[in-house]
Design a protein around this ligand. Structure first.
Ligand code: HEC
Length: 210
């Protein structure tokens, strides 16, 4: 074996020894408590600031730069202020800023069933599966207080969450979908207090109810 190694050309012997060395130095992927070896430094030790760290470079002493006033995340500026906030001149809207169509209500039902039923239950009685595991039970949407609640306030509950007991859904439900959910909540409320005349003629005829 030694003979075999010696019989290799000088160049191949150098190559073999070099590759064994490189393999033992660059042991990436192996567990070790020691800090990794940095044969190539690149930007490994570049000076940087951590989140919330101070810096004497800026006058306000903060390394994180505040956003330019009025900055809006891409894709966030949708429609009018009323549409986005559910308020006009500081007052909750009493009517949806979107035209309520069957399509919108169905979209609302789809979103409601995904995001709201776990706590509020499929008919809005506040009896979702989560409440059976000891979580704070939400109020029923059929309580007089919530039946009377302006649509703008229902919208705001989805957008901002409620008193820290219900999370905000703003990052999961788009502005238009929030209004769709509100439309569906109104449909749910009506459904618990409806009489036969509230059902559109064509639907009741189709179902054979009239
Ligand atoms: C993780 C459970 C949970 C989910 C999911 C949830 N809610 Fe709630 N919701 C609550 C709780 C708890 C309250 C009661 C909060 C309180 O009164 O402090 C509440 C209250 C409300 C209220 C009443 C607001 C008020 O001012 O009293 C509305 C309206 C509402 N939720 C709508 C929704 C809608 C729409 C969805 C789906 C987009 C939803 N919630 C999803 C837990 C939830």
């Amino acid at each position: 074996m030694t003979k075999g190694f010696l019989s290799l050309s000088r160049f191949s012997r150098f190559g073999l020894v070099a590759s064994v060395l490189v393999a033992s130095v660059a042991c990436r992927g192996q567990k070790s408590k020691n800090p990794p070896i940095h044969p190539v430094l690149n930007m490994d030790f570049q000076h940087h600031f951590k989140t919330q760290e101070g810096s004497s470079f800026f006058e306000d002493g903060r390394a994180m730069r505040p956003k330019v006033p009025g900055t809006i995340a891409r894709g966030e500026l949708v429609g009018s202020e009323e549409l986005r906030t559910g308020k006009a001149g500081g007052e909750y809207l009493q009517e949806s800023p979107l035209t309520v169509t069957t399509e919108l209500v169905k979209r609302g039902q789809d979103r409601y069933e995904i995001f709201c039923t776990p706590c509020h239950g499929s008919a809005g009685y506040g009896d979702g599966i989560v409440t059976k595991r000891g979580n704070l039970p939400p109020p029923s949407f059929h309580d007089e207080r919530i039946v009377q609640m302006p649509v703008g306030q229902l919208y705001e509950s989805i957008q901002a969450g409620v008193r820290g007991n219900m999370p905000s859904y703003a990052n999961r439900i788009s502005v238009k979908d929030r209004w769709a959910v509100v439309a569906y909540m109104r449909a749910l409320q009506m459904s618990q207090n409806a009489d036969i005349d509230d059902i559109p003629e064509d639907v009741s005829r189709e179902k054979g109810w009239k």
